[in-house]
Write a protein that binds this ligand. Structure first.
Ligand code: FES
Length: 610
């Protein structure tokens, strides 16, 4: 998909957007505010800008707004000006200050939630004025073309009369979904969910201010069915009842978290008018009660790439009866809505730099953009990063070694919770291997050096290199000074292999994507490490073991929980939501499992670059 370039003065901001996007949206998506009170609906006539380079056709509303001389000078309404070629636009100073929130990786989101509230004081009906109850409301809000909802008609007569005709209209997009007594404009909330296979996070957002009112997280109640998506899909294949059970468990998780955040912020369920959910393709299918089986077997097909309009009640949530649910659609069976949300939160589609996004996990999702074209893939990394298949592996919980340093004094460990080491979590695994490579105790092929060699190059830690049975191990922590190696926390030769397979699969993924766009490792200007594991990785260790391209560590950033951030952004701005949908059209999915060159690359990339 080609892009058009828009340069804005006097801010100096340069943005690239798909052709056909309005100048107003292009600015707003990139955190640049243009005056407006109607939010880009073509009714307030405040979004005046001057096109000083390139051309934009004159809209009929431009003719009513500007003089012929102004039109000839390039003055246009930004929300009606479609950018189909490169443009240079001068933006006059703001007369009103827009509300904005910073989310994701430095994304400025200008608030434009789908849910709006308008307080109106209506005149009471008389024999001379027999307008309907509904018409009285519609006449007061004449800048929007409201469509009423049956729920409103049922309540309207009683609410108007009980509240002396002073009411607040609740509007979602252009639908009038409720009329509340009195002025409730300050009370409008939404909940963003990050539905992970392991952990689920809910954030209650005050959409009037753009700030989070409460956050809660818990383990996904589906856990007893298995740790990863494959075991949960298999459960539904073996037992016809399991899918229903899994749906109920996912929905119960969302409901419990919702109750928790509402209680904490003292918000009533009826004050939540919208929810958003980002999850991988399997979690999304399961929570909606859609059969996940085709996602788990070749050729890995989704039931649908778009989702119908959904209500929060479809997710089992009891909120405002008309509360809607925005569920992020997936790009493919293995690049889910969580990644689409992550791309939104990191602005993968709005940055001119060459950037690589890696969500490290059992299934590792990789996205590469060169500023114009975006390609993505999924690499099967396996469970090593979650501590699975590792002898002393464990989840990132108290007692997990997460940082390892080897220096002249020996080995230094840091554990989660600062307690005695119990095992190795994913980031500890990456760290210890990276440190052993740095100390030359592991060679580039991933083999421990001989005892003699270890005594020569690293005498301070040489006694930690020993064997359990036939297998070489490196002891990290002995509970007692004389504990045998098998009772210690250690790294085995086989663990190193597991890590090599995992990082080899990921490196093969991004190598093939780089080739697809004709790029080299050194061309990558930024690597974003995302997800619950990726965000904790040490950039230097990731480079040393070859998990990410060999670039300066300052260019590797931890992106955090970007899926949740994307979900929040979609609730705070309908423009961001549209941006997420646009991503589905823009990103090309590259399937790796049928590539004949996958294996050769994979073998090459098992080694440690050091
Ligand atoms: Fe209101 Fe353009 S933003 S008319």
């Amino acid at each position: 998909v080609g892009r058009v370039h828009l340069s804005f003065t006097p801010s100096g901001r340069d943005v690239r957007v798909p052709p056909g996007v309005s100048v107003f949206d292009a600015a707003s998506w990139n955190g640049l505010a243009i005056d407006s009170t109607c939010g880009g609906h073509g009714t307030c006539k405040k979004c005046r800008v001057q096109v000083v380079g390139g051309t934009v056709p004159v809209h009929r509303l431009d003719v009513r707004t500007f003089t012929a001389a102004q039109l000839a000078d390039g003055w246009r309404l930004a929300c009606l000006a479609q950018a189909t070629t490169d443009l240079k636009i001068d933006v006059p100073p703001l007369t009103t200050r827009p509300k904005a929130a910073t989310l994701g990786v430095g994304r400025q989101v200008i608030l434009r939630p789908a849910v709006q509230k308008r307080y109106v004081e209506l005149s009471e009906p008389t024999l001379q004025d027999q307008r309907t109850d509904l018409q009285r409301v519609l006449d007061e809000i004449d800048d929007l073309e409201l469509t009423p909802d049956l729920h409103v008609l049922r309540r309207l007569p009683a609410v108007l009369r009980a509240a002396d005709f002073k009411v607040t209209a609740v509007i979602v997009d252009e639908a009038l979904v409720d009329v509340e007594p009195g002025d409730t404009t300050a009370r409008r909330f939404a909940v963003a969910f990050d539905l992970g296979t392991t952990t689920v996070v809910a954030t209650l957002l005050d959409t009037a201010t753009g700030t989070p009112a409460a956050v809660a997280s818990m383990l996904n109640k589906q856990q007893p069915f298995g740790a990863d998506v494959i075991t949960r899909i298999s459960a539904t294949m073996m037992d016809p009842q399991a899918a229903e059970r899994l749906r109920d468990l996912a929905q119960a998780t969302l409901a419990e978290l919702t109750a928790e955040v509402l209680a904490e912020a003292e918000v009533e369920p009826g004050e939540v008018y919208e929810v958003a959910l980002a999850g991988n393709a399997t979690m999304t299918a399961l929570v909606l009660g859609i059969d996940p089986e085709p996602l788990g077997v070749a050729p890995f097909v989704m039931s649908s790439s778009t989702l119908p309009a959904l209500l929060a009640s479809d997710l089992g949530l009891e909120l405002h009866p008309r509360a809607r649910a925005v569920v992020f659609p997936a790009l493919g069976a293995y690049v889910g809505g969580d990644i689409v949300a992550g791309m939104l939160a990191t602005g993968m589609d709005r940055d001119k730099r060459t950037r690589l996004f890696i969500d490290v996990g059992t299934n590792c999702e990789i996205v590469l953009s060169d500023g114009d074209t975006i390609v993505s893939t999924a690499a099967p990394a396996g469970p090593a990063f979650e501590g699975g298949a590792i002898r002393c592996g464990m989840r990132a919980a108290d007692g997990a070694v997460e940082v390892v340093r080897i220096d002249a004094d020996g080995v230094h460990l840091q554990t989660i919770g600062d307690v005695e080491p119990q095992g190795l979590c994913g980031s500890g695994l990456v760290d210890v291997v990276s440190e052993l490579v740095r100390a030359d105790l592991l060679d580039s092929s991933g083999r421990f050096v001989s005892d003699e060699r270890a005594a020569e190059i690293a005498p301070q830690v040489a006694d930690r290199l020993t064997s359990i049975g036939q297998e070489r191990v490196f002891v990290l922590h002995r509970p007692e000074a004389d504990s045998p190696p098998e009772e210690s926390v250690y790294l085995s030769q086989r663990d190193v292999r597991e890590l090599q397979f995992a990082k080899g699969a990921i490196a093969t993924g991004w190598t093939l994507l780089l080739e697809q766009l004709g790029l080299e490792q050194a061309d990558v200007q930024q690597v974003l490490l995302a997800g619950s594991f990726g965000s904790y990785l040490s950039p230097a260790a990731a480079v040393r073991i070859g998990l990410v391209p060999k670039i300066p560590v300052l260019r590797i950033v931890s992106a955090g929980n970007v899926a949740g951030e994307g979900a929040k952004m979609s609730l705070l701005s309908v423009r961001e939501r549209a941006g997420a949908l646009a991503l589905l059209e823009e990103v090309t999915y590259v399937e790796l499992s049928d590539r004949t060159d996958f294996n050769d690359r994979f073998i090459d990339l098992l080694a440690f670059p050091g």
